[in-house]
Design a binder for this molecule. Structure first.
Ligand SMILES: CC(C)(COP(=O)(O)OP(=O)(O)OC[C@H]1O[C@@H](n2cnc3c(N)ncnc32)[C@H](O)[C@@H]1OP(=O)(O)O)[C@@H](O)C(=O)NCCC(=O)NCCS
Length: 198
């Protein structure tokens, strides 16, 4: 069974690994190969650990975790599954860094390849929407690289493109789009039927 729960500091290593794996898969052909090869799971983990501990500006992280018994054949971890479960995906967000677009922001959402298209992304978005709603944020947005195929996932959940901008990654200027849910309840409605974390 896949559990969605608030992230703990000890989940940061798993989040760092999932981050790097998802970037290499999602951004191949968009970002330079050398840049993707040099991503460091440890560096990302340190950054997620600071975010989990700090909880600044309404920041929260939710993880999707599985136990060893839930892993499909061929994907069993080579080492013992960590006590809190293996992190297969996560979402982070909080109050917006761009309040002129929306009051809240979903900052990251990443799943390991083997765990996609079974509803986990939707459940993580629901957990984040419930959190942002509890913070009394009226609306929420997410930045997505325009060439990222996963943009359709957010559109499927009702996100509407409201802004476009350039972001510098790996020395390149890349086009990104902001997708908005206004009110934030529309994201709760689009993800209804999936269980929120306890
Ligand atoms: C985007 C992502 C989190 C989606 O998670 P997921 O668990 O695979 O998605 P779900 O199974 O919850 O899908 C929810 C809905 O979106 C649709 N969907 C998911 N990915 C899609 C895609 N790439 N294109 C079109 N529709 C998609 C599903 O069909 C489903 O719709 P339905 O149930 O109404 O038929 C996952 O694919 C991922 O981690 N991608 C790589 C990292 C990334 O790009 N993250 C976003 C950075 S901003």
């Amino acid at each position: 069974m896949i559990h969605i729960r608030r992230a703990r500091p000890q989940d940061a290593n798993g989040m760092g690994l999932a981050h790097v794996a998802a970037w290499r898969s999602a951004y191949a052909g968009i970002l330079p190969e050398g840049y993707l090869a040099n991503l460091s799971a440890l560096r990302e983990a340190a950054s997620y650990q600071r975010g989990i501990a700090g909880r600044q500006n309404g920041h929260a992280a939710f993880v999707a975790v599985v136990g060893e018994e839930d892993m499909p054949e061929g994907t069993r971890a080579p080492t013992r599954t960590p006590p809190g479960g293996l992190v297969v995906g996560f979402v982070t967000g909080g109050r917006s860094r761009r309040p002129e677009i929306a009051e809240a922001e979903v900052e990251t959402l990443y799943l390991l390849d083997d765990w996609r298209e079974r509803g986990i992304g939707r459940r993580l978005m629901r957990a984040m929407a419930a959190h942002l709603h509890a913070l009394h944020c009226r609306n929420a947005f997410v930045w997505v690289l325009a060439d990222n195929p996963s943009r359709w996932f957010y559109e499927r959940l009702g996100g509407r493109i409201v802004a476009q901008g350039e972001v510098e990654v790996a020395g390149l200027s890349i086009t990104q789009q902001a997708l908005l849910w206004d009110p934030v309840e529309s994201l709760l409605a689009a993800t209804a039927g999936t269980s929120s974390p306890g």
